[in-house]
Design a protein around this ligand. Structure first.
Ligand SMILES: Cc1cc2nc3c(=O)[nH]c(=O)nc-3n(C[C@H](O)[C@H](O)[C@H](O)COP(=O)(O)OP(=O)(O)OC[C@H]3O[C@@H](n4cnc5c(N)ncnc54)[C@H](O)[C@@H]3O)c2cc1C
Length: 565
């Protein structure tokens, strides 16, 4: 809406009424990375765009990934060269131009256990991996390490089985924040972005004509209204088959869900100054550095339960710990695990299905289909290749517009916060002085918001109490909660603690102790009375309790203070 791309939760009423009254060129269903990318792709071609997301931006798979922007070394083994080639080029574009504030290079150590056979094999793969990059190289080449060299980088490795190592580079991202930033960039180009707004039916022109929009339910009030659009673009991830059902159409592909689980352990539990990748029987296991923690995963198993709330099982956690412990000198135990999360890969297969193929062997490429005029749908792919996916599905959607529509330009559209970053980073010290905060605070904000960090600092200027940390031992500020409401469309405590910040997975109590503080800050902006604040807090604590019950984690007593509102 606004030209600075602010998604102000206080303007939700006005935003919904523009959804109901305007006529759009493109209506995107789904606010994961694919839908946010499609909204940006279409809006930056000059089209009038709306996006509806049933829950929160990135609340599906796009906040539950391994958070890597990578070519996918293991796909080389499956001869998926096109996917790796495209993904590496995307990685480099994001790191160097489109989102250098959010996508950051990270190194991975591949410990070798069988010197003679393994080094030439892995080495050849990495030569190919590096060679597939473009000529501009924002991440360094891979390197060979001796066993001693590998141990120096990762003293946590057990020396017994270590024959040497290879070090290579990829990139990492906060997936939920990235998705949000893409959606905000789309809004800066005029897209209307609505969360907690579900497409509950698709509208078809009389006489079996093309799709002309969707019936949308506001999940906050249960009121429904129609949104009209020349084309509907379904980016619904693991919900794609359900959207096809809503439309009453049979698409040329269907989605197979594969569950992937990660555990989060403190950084101190594994002594290493680099990420690590291990080969497992079925796939690979990553140790991904994540602030003061490691994210370790993942698994890959068929799934058929609740799409909205996939949960990890004891077996998943044991599998990850056992795979990790194969190389560690001091084994990880359940006591090290502070959080566990599960996500669902929306893998695609032909409509006829191929239930026999293991999910690890299914291609990660994406598929676009136009099952009926006016409806283009997409699924599969990877977070890393979202921009290409978005381009392809928007191309399909506008193909029969009957007027010329410009091609995709998103390779030239830096995300909000990227423009001018090179000039703001060196000014961190001056910004710290200007706003009366520490340099560490400014650097934390630059790493999350890029040049938009000054907007968060402005919140502090107008209310100094917002400069206080949100939770002891974590870098987030109270100002970031306020900003989440005024600029990032956060409507509930969960939105702030699970996705705008990541306290849900970074804090041993999942952020329960600060839920009431978050409700208080949000409530002041959104006009919540005491009862509403208590209800919002309780809703979050129920979510935390449900997750912990599944894993039989003892959260200890949840804070009474939290319930006081
Ligand atoms: C464990 C795991 C690890 C991964 N790691 C990586 C990685 O490191 N790097 C990488 O590149 N990729 C990775 N991926 C893949 C990547 O995360 C996914 O491909 C990507 O996030 C899918 O995004 P999406 O937008 O298609 O789906 P989602 O993020 O699931 O978005 C779909 C959205 O549609 C909404 N929706 C559904 N139905 C409706 C409706 N009727 N109305 C309105 N909204 C609706 C949902 O609420 C949801 O938010 C990983 C995946 C998993 C599961």
């Amino acid at each position: 809406m606004a030209s600075n791309g602010a998604l102000d939760a206080r303007d939700r009423g006005a935003m919904l009424s523009s959804l109901a009254t305007e006529r759009f060129d493109v209506l995107v269903i789904g606010g994961g990375i694919t839908g946010a990318g499609a909204a940006l792709d279409a809006a930056s071609r000059g089209l009038r765009v709306a996006l509806v997301e049933a829950r929160d931006l990135a609340s599906g798979t796009s906040s539950r990934s391994s958070k890597l922007i990578h070519g996918g070394l293991r796909y080389l083994e499956q001869f998926d060269f096109k996917l790796v080639y495209e993904a590496l080029r995307e990685r480099d574009l994001l790191v160097s131009k489109l989102a250098p504030h959010l996508v950051k290079p990270v190194s991975f150590l591949y410990p070798l256990q069988k010197k003679v056979v393994e080094r030439p094999y892995v080495g050849a793969g990495l030569v190919l991996y590096d060679a597939m990059e473009g000529t501009r190289r924002p991440v360094p080449h891979h390197r060979h390490l001796t066993a001693r060299g590998a141990l120096k980088r990762a003293p946590a490795l057990s020396p017994d089985r270590l024959a040497g190592g290879m070090l290579y580079y990829d990139a990492q991202v906060d997936d939920a924040r990235y998705t949000l930033t893409v959606a905000r960039t789309a809004a800066a180009h005029g897209a209307v972005i609505a969360t907690r707004a579900s497409a509950v039916g698709l509208l078809r022109a009389p006489g079996g004509g093309p799709m002309i929009g969707a019936r949308v339910r506001d999940e906050e009030t249960d009121r429904s209204f129609d949104v009209s659009a020349a084309a509907v673009v379904a980016c619904a991830g693991v919900w794609t088959d359900l959207v096809h059902e809503l439309a009453g159409v049979q698409a040329g592909y269907k989605v197979r869900m594969s569950k992937g689980v990660h555990v989060v352990v403190p950084r101190a539990a594994v002594d290493a100054d680099t990420g690590m990748i291990l080969r497992t029987d079925k796939s690979v296991l990553f140790f991904i550095p994540w602030g003061e923690h490691w994210i370790v995963g993942t698994t890959d198993t068929d799934f058929s339960g609740d799409r909205a709330g996939p949960v990890a099982t004891e077996e998943d956690v044991e599998y990850i710990l056992a795979a990790a412990n194969r190389v560690l000198a001091r084994p990880l135990t359940r006591a090290d695990v502070i959080a566990v999360y599960a996500g669902l890969r929306p893998l695609v297969e032909a409509a006829a299905g191929n239930g026999a193929k293991p999910t690890t062997k299914l291609s990660r490429e994406h598929v676009v289909d136009v099952p009926v005029p006016g409806l283009a749908s997409i699924a599969g792919g990877k977070f890393t290749t979202y921009r290409l996916m978005a381009r392809d599905v928007v191309d399909a959607a506008v193909a029969d517009f009957g007027r010329p529509v410009p091609g995709s330009v998103t390779d030239q559209v830096p995300l909000l916060g990227a423009d001018g970053l090179a000039a703001v980073q060196p000014a961190a010290g001056r910004l710290a002085e200007d706003y009366g905060v520490s340099r560490a605070v400014v650097e934390h904000l630059l790493g999350r918001y890029g040049t938009l960090a000054t907007e968060v600092l402005e919140e502090i200027r107008s209310d100094a109490a917002l400069a206080q940390p949100l939770a002891p031992g974590h870098p987030y500020l109270r100002a970031e909660v306020a900003y989440a409401v005024t600029h990032e469309g956060a409507l509930h405590v969960e939105d702030v603690l699970v996705r705008r910040t990541r306290l849900f997975i970074e804090s041993a109590d999942s952020g329960a102790a600060v839920a009431a503080d978050v409700a208080a800050i949000m409530g002041r902006l959104l006009g919540w009375n005491r009862r509403r604040r208590a209800a919002e807090t309780r809703r979050y604590l129920d979510l935390v309790r449900a997750e912990q019950l599944v894993l039989a984690i003892d959260p200890g007593p949840l804070p009474d203070r939290a319930l006081a509102g």
